[in-house]
Design a protein. Structure first.
Length: 53
């Protein structure tokens, strides 16, 4: 499964999801922290808002 497929079929993404497939294959929580730092939770929140829109 690809990340885009997971997101397309989900209504919510949580921090814990980043520790599992398919996210872990792409660096998971650590990679997201490296990319977004303190903004990581805000990015996930915005993603979840778009998923339910």
């Amino acid at each position: 499964m690809k990340i885009k497929d997971y997101i397309a079929s989900s209504f919510h993404i949580g921090l814990d999801d980043l520790d599992y497939t398919p996210f872990d294959k792409n660096g998971g929580r650590g990679k997201m922290w490296a990319l977004f730092g303190e903004e990581m939770e805000k990015v996930i929140q915005e993603l979840n808002e778009e998923l339910v829109a």
